[in-house]
Design a protein. Sequence first.
Length: 433
Amino acid sequence: MVAVTRLTFSSVVAFGQVVNVVSAANVFAHFMVQNSYSYSQSDWANDISIAQSIGIDGFALNVASPSDYEPDRIENAYAAAEAAGFKLFYSFDMVSVSGAWSSDTIAAQIEKHATSPSTFLWNDAVLVSTYAGQDSGNDFWASVKSTLSGQGIDISFAPALTSYRDPSQAETMLSTFTSVDGFTNWWSWPDDVNETLTVDTDLAYKSAVKGSRTGPYIMAVSPWQFKDISDQNWVEQSDTLWNYRWQQAINDVQPDIVEIVTWNDYAESHYIGDINPNVALYDAAAYITGIDHAAWRIVAQYYISYFKAGTAPAITEDQVVFWYRIHPREATCSGGTQPRMYNFPADAVFALAMLAEDGTVAVDIGSTSHTEFTAKGGQLTMGVAYFPSEDNQTPAVSLIRNGATVKSTNGPQAITTSCSYYNFNPVVGALSA
């Protein structure tokens, strides 16, 4: 497991960088309560402590059912959050368990913790979100709000209605769902295309919400997307997503809230939290076990600080965060199946340099692949080193100044064509002190 060094930041304006001031900026991480079956209060407390250490304000609790173990685990989550001064809001999962939620059970779940000091409020109203929920219809959500209003509880409803991605449908969404106060754009990956994700959807839905509603615009930011569960087997173009999506949030969209997708959705490979050893990974274990993403939190901490302060934080410690897949995309593996869009991700190591002073970053993969790039101090620089033809090689990442190696490290795993599973979940490492 990679030890994540907490960066020391001070708010400054880096030379040559555009500064955007973001008001009312909060950062939450999407937490799959379905993966908390084995959790005690101490497990919640541990995750909360790690999240707080990088500037995350709270968890958006994805809860799939009111009738199984999840409500009990949420009690522990609130106890741990209240002890830590951490915030929570519900993101009701409307598709994981068909028909699990009625408007009454949703209202009852919200009511349980409406007055908790850890419940996140937007304009003095309880913030409530969803994953999907468009098929329930406007009357369903209006009924939730009406029931709670009768109990003296106001909510600010900012759902992720996942069928609304087309920018031209933003006003249609608002006219169809008059119960909506804000909006969450869940779509933080390209849409089955080998292209960079644009901010067109974000800008359209933010403009629509801000033009006529009082709720927050919530923008999802995610590092990756690969899934291989049952007939759901795909990988989206995510090679440098974790870097540029944050930049889009800060420079282009300036949402009220960034929602990191996710803290612990292991099955979709975009987890930035540690893998709790007691969590059952089921079929996803084939491509999750032993693959740690902790170093992605180094990048998150930098951008969270930037997003909240509106100015780029000073970097006072040299670090390079890097990630790569452990087999070439054309490799024939003995287990699993080749995912859709398998040819989108590049066969490469992606290295994001975060240096206090100018330096050269070198990436060596075996004896035939040597890549160097110059990184400016005080800002982030992305470099790419492509896989060699040489098989079974472990990347080595080095920082060089004045012709001498300052520090170096090896990647977590070798890159090999002898693969036991079609695994497009990247390993993540860090060159730190």
